[in-house]
Design a binder for this molecule. Structure first.
Ligand SMILES: Nc1ncnc2c1ncn2[C@@H]1O[C@H](COP(=O)(O)OP(=O)(O)OP(=O)(O)O)[C@@H](O)[C@H]1O
Ligand SMILES: [Mg+2]
Length: 365
């Protein structure tokens, strides 16, 4: 009998110690009784150092500590999805959390807390969503634009022929309207179709692109809008089509400028990221260009759809800036990501850096 209990408890220990989920047991005064290695990893503390200490010393996040007190007081379990933990000086983490009040045979109360970090998973799911959305819209727009452009050409041609037959200048005004509107629609279709040439890639420094865009936008801005620079000068060169990157970044910076309006701050920030996955590909090194603005943030109703063509929150917008930027960056092997809250919006261009570029034999052309 004892043998089996021992075996069982060894088995339980083995399971708990190897779980990916952080497991914490707190006593009735919310002191830490137990924390498994996944918990130590999540909070970057050693369990032995904190056993018997108030849980808030480990959890740090005030709201979480308050919520746990509430669970204990009410005796009702809670489940929170995508809870953002504020771990003081460390980067925030997002977890799915369950807290269950327990009462053992002696009536002793305790609290079992399980937390699973979901940041990485969230990011990858979201990125896959962004990529899939971009492919799907491009296919849709291509089909539609194709169907519109053909009859449009015929329409314009017929209007031109008709114009020649007309002697009455007043009637020619009508054919002129048909022709100019057909041209306008044609131009819109071409913009919606986006880049029609393959990228002409060469080795470039991302700051070549960023500085160019800064100068272009600076000329359009009022003096009360400032563009700050926060560059990492050590970023290795990337292989990309500079004109396409300029166009994409320009669209993002113009959006930022429109968001801040008459008065505001825009920051252009460059960094590298190590071991970063774009879509399904893990890259050793990725260049990251952030466009940060202190405008009002992205309106709630825009968030799901702003990368779709013709979706705009501005009276004079065509809603093509973001989908075009996304497809240009996709063509260069990268992705545009974003995050936004009131007063802080970041659009991020991620582009892979090919590490073996320097060792590659340059082909004589
Ligand atoms: N930095 C930002 N801050 C707040 N909202 C933004 C920001 N960037 C984009 N948006 C929202 O996303 C919408 C779509 O942007 P997008 O660039 O695709 O089109 P647009 O700017 O409206 O028109 P276009 O770029 O074709 O002139 C914008 O209308 C705006 O509502
Ligand atoms: Mg725009």
């Amino acid at each position: 009998m004892d043998m089996t209990t021992d075996l069982q408890s060894a088995l339980h220990t083995r399971i708990i110690e190897n779980l990916h989920t952080a497991v914490l047991l707190l006593d009735s005064s919310l002191r830490l009784e137990f924390m498994n290695p996944a918990g130590e990893m999540l909070f970057a503390v050693s369990a032995s150092r904190f056993i018997g200490h108030p849980a808030r010393e480990v959890l740090i996040d005030r709201e979480l500590s308050a919520a746990l007190e509430q669970v204990l007081a009410s005796g009702t379990p809670i489940t929170e999805r995508e809870l953002v933990l504020n771990l003081g000086y460390r980067p925030k983490v997002t977890v799915d959390l369950t807290a269950i009040p327990l009462v053992d045979a002696d009536g002793r109360e305790a609290l079992l807390v399980e937390m699973k970090q979901v940041d990485r998973q969230l990011r990858i799911t979201r990125e896959e969503g962004l990529l899939a959305q971009s492919y799907a819209t491009r296919a849709l727009v291509r089909g539609l634009a194709h169907e519109i452009k053909n009859p449009l050409g015929g329409l314009r041609g017929a209007a031109q022929l008709l114009e020649r037959e007309l002697n009455n200048e007043e009637l020619k005004e009508y054919t002129n309207i048909i022709i100019s509107e057909a041209d306008r629609l044609q131009a819109l279709m071409n913009r919606m179709l986006g880049p029609n040439s393959l990228p002409r890639k060469r080795r470039i420094n991302v700051h070549e692109v960023v500085e160019r865009v800064r100068q272009l936008v600076n000329a359009e801005l009022s003096e009360t809008v400032t563009i700050h620079r926060d560059y990492d000068p050590s970023i290795p060169e990337i292989e990309a089509d500079a004109d396409q990157l300029i166009q994409a970044l320009l669209n993002l910076v113009r959006n930022a400028a429109q968001a801040v309006g008459e008065r505001g701050e825009i920051t252009l920030r460059t960094r590298t990221l190590r071991q970063y996955t774009i879509g399904h590909t893990l890259h050793k090194l990725v260049a990251r260009i952030d466009v940060i603005d202190n405008g009002p943030g992205i309106a709630a109703e825009m968030r799901e759809s702003m990368f779709l063509p013709m979706v705009t929150g501005r009276a004079d917008g065509t809603g093509l800036g973001l989908p075009i930027a996304q497809s240009l960056i996709n063509l260069n092997g990268g992705l545009i990501e974003w995050e936004s809250r009131q007063g802080h919006t970041v659009f991020t261009i991620l582009l892979p850096i090919e590490m073996d570029l320097d060792n590659r034999q340059e082909k004589p052309s």
